[in-house]
Design a protein around this ligand. Structure first.
Ligand code: ASP
Length: 424
């Protein structure tokens, strides 16, 4: 039985009494092969379990290379490919990954997306894991997306991205791209396409439906549960990676998903900003000297001197759920230092390290002591969104002339970053 010689061909495999048909693919795991079924899912087989292999169709090298076919009956979308697991394929020979960085290599693995849409444009501004990105990359992505938003031939945009820091990018695009006219859908995969349990196909198919929908927002689309059945559509400023390995790693936080999407249909659950004819506006200003600092018991407030000395302009302090840090009663109290650094020009905002819920410094006197130092309490805003927003607000020198103006802008709801229902 010539298993390895049939990679890329349509075959029939027998395992015990079960018979399967599909395209045979190599697997990074030793002794395992994958079968890509007609429905797009992969099944893993231990080579030893395969009783019989029958070649059904030899696929020529030319056919294996993907050809773009544009159909007039399907809507057009554009894709921006940026790296991460969704654009990576394990290479067992080198013990690392290869990027799927050309449209041909990527779509060979994800042909299902073409069942619903024509991918008429593919942009690859860079290929990076999300941990290697910074605000300059977010600006680059926003520029590419803005060009596509202004392209009348494109109905919506799908951006594929690594998972780890995806919620920073989704927040950044939400502030950088104003007056959105079309859907901008960020998606990911937790497990690469050469694994039987890959989440990439469902995420991409669902993203395609959202990209042609009426929903003109920056959203993240990904598995709603560990099952491979439907995805959630989550607002870019209200979403966070909450699991290291599960397919449903991303959850809407302090918010409901805007919609639920199956490969065949979209179910709107909540209000959203609809598709329109506005001209999108690019607002890329960003102050690099911002930081996100987590407060813990016994922490020395002298850490704030480091930021002051290094010319930082603002800090998001991740405080307790209601908004406490060690008070004047603690051995290393923060109250005095917080007043001092703010008087010297550092903007300090509070977010909650409990992730879910809303800050409320009025409940205890310890909270009131913190509030009186002048900290800006960011209600239910996620810390990562708050960090990006602080950089964006402080990047606008015209808003930056007074503490009151900075506070007003930090508390303005620009992109759904506050959930007023939760606060009131
Ligand atoms: N570290 C990778 C990234 O965030 C992992 C992933 O894509 O899931 O780009």
């Amino acid at each position: 039985m010539e298993i390895d010689q049939n990679f890329g061909n349509l075959v029939q495999l027998e395992r015990g009494k079960e018979i399967y048909e599909g395209i045979l693919l190599p697997s990074p795991e030793n002794g395992i092969v994958l079968l890509k079924l007609e429905n797009g899912y992969n099944i893993g087989f231990n080579k030893k379990e395969i009783l019989k292999l029958k070649l059904l169709k030899k696929i020529s090298e030319k056919e294996k290379d993907f050809n773009f076919e544009i159909s007039k009956d399907k809507p057009n979308v554009a894709m921006v490919i940026l790296g991460g697991t969704i654009a990576a394929r394990l290479n067992p020979l080198k013990g690392g990954v290869d990027w799927l960085d050309t449209p041909e290599s990527l779509f060979k693995f994800y042909p299902e997306i073409f069942e619903k849409v024509n991918v008429v444009k593919v942009e690859v501004p860079f290929m990076k894991a999300s941990e290697d990105m910074d605000y300059k990359d977010w600006q680059k992505i926003a520029r590419v997306v803005e060009t596509l938003l202004n392209d009348s031939n494109v109905k919506g945009i799908i951006v594929t991205h690594g998972t780890d820091f995806l919620h920073y990018t989704s927040a950044a695009l939400s502030f950088f791209l104003r007056n959105l006219n079309k859907p901008v859908v960020l998606t990911y995969s937790q497990r690469s396409i050469d694994r039987a349990s890959s989440d990439a196909n469902l995420n991409l198919q669902c993203s395609a439906l959202v990209a042609i929908s009426n929903l003109a927002e920056i959203v993240l689309v990904g598995h709603a549960s560990t099952n491979d059945d439907f995805c959630n559509v989550m607002r870019g400023t209200k979403v966070r990676k909450l699991h290291a390995s599960r397919r449903d790693a991303f959850k809407a936080v302090n918010d409901e998903p805007i919609a639920r999407v199956y490969p065949e249909r979209l179910e709107i659950l909540n209000s959203y900003h609809p598709r329109n004819k506005d001209k999108p506006k690019l607002d890329l200003k960003f102050e690099e000297k911002v930081a996100l600092v987590k407060v813990y018991p016994g922490q020395d407030p002298g850490i704030l001197d480091y930021y002051l000395k290094n010319k930082y302009k603002g800090i998001i302090l991740e405080m307790s759920g209601l908004g406490h840090a060690p008070t004047s009663r603690a051995r290393l109290g923060w109250t005095k230092k917080l007043k001092e650094v703010q008087n010297k020009g550092l903007t300090i905002c509070a977010s909650a390290q409990t992730i879910f819920g809303c800050l409320n410094p009025m409940v205890y006197s310890n909270g009131r002591e913190m509030l009186e130092t002048g900290i800006i309490y960011l209600e239910d805003m996620l810390s990562e969104t708050a960090f990006v927003k602080l950089g964006w607000v402080l990047g606008h020198k015209e808003w930056n002339f007074s503490r009151d103006k900075i506070k007003e802008k930090m508390l303005e709801n620009f992109a759904g970053e506050f959930n007023k229902r939760l606060i009131e």
